[in-house]
Design a protein around this ligand. Structure first.
Ligand SMILES: *Cc1c(COP(=O)(O)O)cnc(C)c1O
Length: 408
């Protein structure tokens, strides 16, 4: 195959990607060349308002100048030491993260899926060494509709057929209960249950917000039964829902929480497992690790990414702007919209079957300069950077209103 090197055209880059890349994604055809704040620019120079934030990774906005400065400065000094040695960025980053969240200890990884895998290993080991579960019997309860990553173990407890199809055999030891149903959790607990793991709002599952008080009830059930509560805040955390952690809405503190995505403001893969001295104490040198986890580049970037969230009041802005955006979306009286739901700036617009799927709405929004991505075929997610202003939301709404009314 021969590619015409008309390097400035979108089609050139799309053709290259389609020819050489694995076919495991179905992106919208917009080829982004640069970005700043809430805005991205494609190779043709057209600007778009980013209402996806790379699945909530760029909560701090694209190319945040302070995070970029930290990255460039650290990149010029030392980027990787491995944990065979220590580095002067790792400790200060751990301290920042612990002081901000109130957790005692951090285990650093890179991607969200690695944080989930780390939590699975940790709660299993806690189950055997502390709770006294007989060898090889530990159970972890998870929720139907979860999305927690793409490793073979994690997809093994997914309820999405496509995520599993052709990838078995899977890791045993996971029990599924319906999301939002505390009684079902209580019934599923056995003496061998090490942990219950859930997302405070199911993100990829379709912005599913559980009934009020659900998290509080499951936290109580876990406590009564000596079961660890693992809260996956990889998407909901770091201000996305209008609180630093979504679990705060129910006044809950998971025994273990997982962070990723926005932890590095989109600059670098950084994830973390946070817990107590006691639970994290099950790990001894050699039990677990990651070559890149805790590297000085990621640590420097993540520390600043956390600082700007707080200093620039992004969490408060997400609460305010989220409420406004959601309210305005709900007021659009479209025959195609079933429901608008979410919290803070994690918003889902659930379309009726007669809408003919969310994809064509996302394509129409792209044509109008608003970037969104469908999830589960019939839900449009609105999750802009947390720095978005009311003016920018109004700009988006002017374009979203006619599209949701089917005028395209
Ligand atoms: C995105 C996501 C993950 C997986 O993160 P990766 O970095 O893609 O591995 C895990 N849990 C939740 C809730 C997520 O949204």
């Amino acid at each position: 195959m021969h590619f015409l090197e008309q390097q400035q055209t979108s089609q050139y880059y799309i053709d290259l990607e389609e020819h050489y890349g694995a076919n495991n994604y179905h992106p919208l055809d917009v080829v982004i060349h640069e970005a700043a704040g809430c805005w991205v620019t494609d190779v043709d120079g057209k600007q778009y308002l980013d209402c996806l934030s790379a699945y909530s990774c760029v909560n701090q906005g694209h190319a945040h100048p302070k995070i970029r400065e930290a990255l460039i400065e650290q990149a010029g000094r030392v980027t990787l030491t491995s944990r065979a040695f220590r580095n002067d960025q790792f400790g200060p980053y751990l301290e920042t993260l612990c002081k901000l969240t109130g957790y005692q200890r951090v285990l650093p990884m890179n991607t969200g899926a690695e944080a989930v895998e780390t939590a699975i290993k940790m709660v299993r080991k806690w189950g055997y060494k502390v709770k006294g579960i007989p060898a090889e019997r530990a159970e972890i309860i998870i929720c139907a509709g979860n999305f927690q990553g793409r490793t073979t173990t994690i997809i093994g407890f997914s309820s999405e057929d496509q995520y599993r199809d052709g990838f078995g055999p899977f890791t045993p030891g996971f029990i599924s209960v319906p999301y939002g149903d505390a009684a079902a959790l209580e019934k599923a607990i056995t003496p061998n249950t090490a942990a219950f793991m859930l997302e405070p709002i199911q993100g990829e599952g379709g912005i599913i917000v559980p009934p009020a008080g659900y998290l509080k009830r499951v936290a109580d059930i876990c406590k009564r039964n000596n079961v660890l509560l693992v809260v996956d805040e990889i998407q909901t955390g770091l201000g996305r829902t209008g609180k630093l952690l979504a679990q705060e809405y129910d006044d809950v503190r998971g025994d273990v929480i997982l962070l990723g995505k926005a932890l590095s403001g989109g600059y670098y893969p950084v994830s973390a497992v946070l817990s107590s001295n006691e639970i994290m104490g099950v790990f001894n040198p050699g039990d677990h690790g990651s070559t890149f986890g805790g590297n000085p580049l990621g640590a420097a970037v993540a520390r600043v990414a956390l600082n700007v969230l707080v200093e620039e009041r992004m969490v408060e802005n997400a609460a305010e702007m989220g409420e406004y955006f959601q309210e305005q979306l709900a007021e659009i009286n479209s025959p195609y919209v079933n429901e608008v739901r979410g919290r803070g700036l994690l918003i889902g617009v659930d379309l009726k079957p007669e809408a003919g799927g969310a994809r064509r709405f996302c394509e129409a929004l792209r044509d109008q300069g608003v970037l969104c991505k469908e999830t589960h075929g019939h839900i449009i997610r609105f999750a802009p950077p947390l720095i978005i202003t009311k003016e920018e939301i109004d700009w988006a709404l002017e374009r979203v209103r006619p599209v949701l009314m089917g005028q395209f």
